[in-house]
Design a binder for this molecule. Structure first.
Ligand code: SF4
Ligand code: SF4
Length: 437
């Protein structure tokens, strides 16, 4: 029996469009649009100005607080301007715009540590901070902070997340096939930094080739490869921990509270590249897919490449585009322009045709309870939405709205087309406002 959690859904996987496509290295963009806010927390502070010459990998934005991250130049060239550009969360945000000179002159700012085992555990988060590493599965939480749990929280189990449960996305799958040894090395660094005993690499059963490749890479090492049932949202932290260890992260708690740590496979590879090669996070693998794209694929794109360049790399659109989504179709964010750039958290970009993008008209709740059955957090989405609709935010809070992981499973199954997530997000905003007061 495969390992899994209670609840969840089985949306069409649609991974066949790109799962067999090897990672293709994209040429660096002529102009790189590097947002200062690519992570959870405070945007980085620019440390270059218009007209400055910059090198490939040079630090151009400095972490601006405890939860923030450094930003590095993905090309060498000249700073054209520092101005507001479209941001993937909507609206505009400040970016450093760099004219690429095509030379990729390296900055070589970070030290290389080929013998990383001679480092002390606390040097690993320091290197992660210098290299601007953040969670690349979409969460974008600064890795150095995550690697430094409070002293009273002992981590016994590190889980490397290779579930990639969102439909269409295959970036992590390809990375596991093509860079398995580097991922394993990065995972070992995480275990070393945290002083954990157990290391599990978790992969959904719909990726048998990745399971075999990773198993080969862990031969002779104290690392398990666990096969998970293919189910959404199998890759969510709390569901992964529960499926693999039986432990439940308490309401409002973090994986540390049950001695666990979860990190995405791409982040492990980026950490390994920073420690061994002295390479900051300036590029990532992105899946370009969806039924409106001519040639779906996986590309290694520099941070700051625009969505229009990604579309071009996939041979352009096939017919009309109805919707652009950054990330997967379940948790991804709709984009209104192709000028938005790739950031550290961009795992995929989907181009959806108009017919598929159309949402049915919302009708009244028929009390079918489907949303309750699928909720992986054991919430009652219909009650959360009803209370929010009548502005009973206190009641929504009591019912656990803050525990919602925004997976969208409830919306997916609702026969009345109720955008339950819209109400849940609204309640969260209002509750946070109330607690600030
Ligand atoms: S209530 Fe939240 S956690 Fe539960 S299914 Fe809906 S979006 Fe997912
Ligand atoms: S799935 Fe939709 S219709 Fe069914 S109980 Fe939930 S909100 Fe109501």
């Amino acid at each position: 029996m495969s390992i899994t959690f209670k609840g969840g859904i089985h949306p069409a996987e649609n991974k066949h469009f790109s799962e067999k496509k090897p990672i293709e290295k994209l040429p660096a963009p002529e102009i790189a649009y590097v947002l200062l806010s690519q992570h959870i927390g405070a945007p980085a502070k620019p440390i270059v100005k218009k007209g400055d010459e910059v090198k490939f990998g040079q630090k151009i934005g400095e972490s601006a607080g405890f939860i923030s991250a450094n930003i590095h130049s993905p090309v060498s060239g000249k700073v054209k301007s520092i101005e507001d550009i479209p941001h993937f969360l909507g609206g505009y945000s400040t970016a450093i715009i760099i004219e690429n000179d095509g030379l990729d002159t390296p900055a070589d700012e970070l030290e290389k540590h080929s013998d990383w085992k001679s480092l002390s555990p606390d040097q690993i988060p320091k290197i992660a901070a210098e290299a601007g590493i953040v969670g690349m599965g979409g969460a974008t939480f600064p890795t150095n902070v995550k690697l430094s749990p409070p002293k009273d929280k002992k981590v016994h189990t590190v889980i490397l997340n290779g579930a990639e449960c969102e439909p269409y996305l295959t970036a992590d799958h390809r990375l596991m096939l093509e860079h398995s040894d580097e991922i394993v090395e990065g995972a070992e660094m995480i275990r070393f930094a945290l002083g954990a005993d157990r290391l599990i690499i978790a992969i959904e059963e719909n990726k048998p080739d990745a399971i075999a490749t990773m198993r080969k890479s862990v031969e002779g090492k104290q690392i398990e490869v666990a096969v998970l049932k293919t189910k959404y949202p199998q890759g969510a932290e709390k569901q992964l921990i529960n499926a693999l260890t039986g432990l439940e992260v308490p309401s409002g708690g973090l994986p540390f509270d049950v001695g666990c740590y979860v990190q995405n496979v791409s982040t492990a590879k980026a950490l390994r590249d920073a420690v061994i090669d002295g390479k900051p996070l300036v590029e990532r693998v992105v899946t370009v897919s969806g039924l409106a794209v001519d040639e779906p694929k996986n590309v290694l794109a520099r941070i700051g490449t625009t969505l229009s360049e990604l579309l071009e790399s996939a041979n352009g659109a096939k017919g009309e585009i109805g919707k652009i989504v950054m990330g997967g179709p379940m948790m991804g964010l709709d984009q209104w322009t192709l000028e938005t750039p790739v950031t550290k958290g961009t795992s995929g970009v989907l181009f959806i045709p108009p017919k598929q993008a159309k949402v049915g008209e919302e009708t009244n709740c028929i009390l079918c309870a489907s949303c309750i059955d699928v909720c992986p957090m054991k919430l009652m989405p219909t009650s959360l939405a009803q209370n929010t609709k009548y502005e009973k935010f206190d009641m929504a809070k009591k019912l656990g709205v803050l525990d919602c992981i925004e997976c969208g499973s409830c919306v997916y199954v609702c026969p009345a087309n109720i955008n339950l997530l819209h109400y849940i997000r609204w309640a969260k905003v209002e509750i946070r406002k109330m607690s600030k007061k």
